[in-house]
Design a protein around this ligand. Structure first.
Ligand SMILES: [Zn+2]
Length: 163
């Protein structure tokens, strides 16, 4: 065999192995819950935000944070108010690309939406990204708090009244 052929063969073999390895990793991610490492980072950030809320607003704020694999791909998170129940869902698929973004940016962003619900502010102007929302987002330690996001990540359902 000449040298070039050997090199090409080697590249092909390595690429094939890499391809199946990545495919395997992707399957592993889809079929398993988030790693303990990610979950504990999320838990820590959640505790920090709750402490800030306690200090700033004097509320013992404890809402469910759900890791969901049923959210549409384009949504990082969703804050919902349904018949008086407030919760946050985070898109599991998005953790695969960037767990820090999910924890440091998306979580405070969604928390700010839920606090708006808690305070009875259901204004849907700019998809709920009002000035007050932004103020709350920064207050609780959010870093980006962009008012001009191009997605709708709040769901408000009052009894018999979906809008
Ligand atoms: Zn939002």
């Amino acid at each position: 065999m000449n040298k070039i052929f050997k090199v090409l063969l080697l590249i092909t073999i390595i690429s094939t192995i890499l391809f199946f390895y990545l495919l395997y990793q992707d399957q592993q991610f889809k079929n398993n819950p988030l790693s303990q490492e990610i979950l504990s980072k999320l838990e820590n950030k959640n505790n920090v935000i709750r402490q800030i809320i306690k200090q700033k607003y004097n509320i013992n704020y404890n809402i469910p944070i759900i890791i969901s694999d049923k959210l549409p791909n384009n949504l990082y998170g969703l804050a919902s108010y349904q018949q008086g129940i407030i919760k946050i869902q985070l898109n599991k698929k998005r953790f695969q690309e960037n767990e820090n973004y999910m924890i440091e940016y998306v979580l405070p962003h969604e928390y700010a939406h839920t606090l708006m619900f808690y305070f009875g502010k259901f204004d849907k102007e700019n998809g709920g990204h009002t000035k007050l929302w932004q103020q709350i987002c920064f207050d609780i330690g959010g870093m980006k708090c962009d008012r001009f996001v191009n997605h709708n990540d709040i769901l408000i359902e009052k009894i018999g009244d979906i809008y």
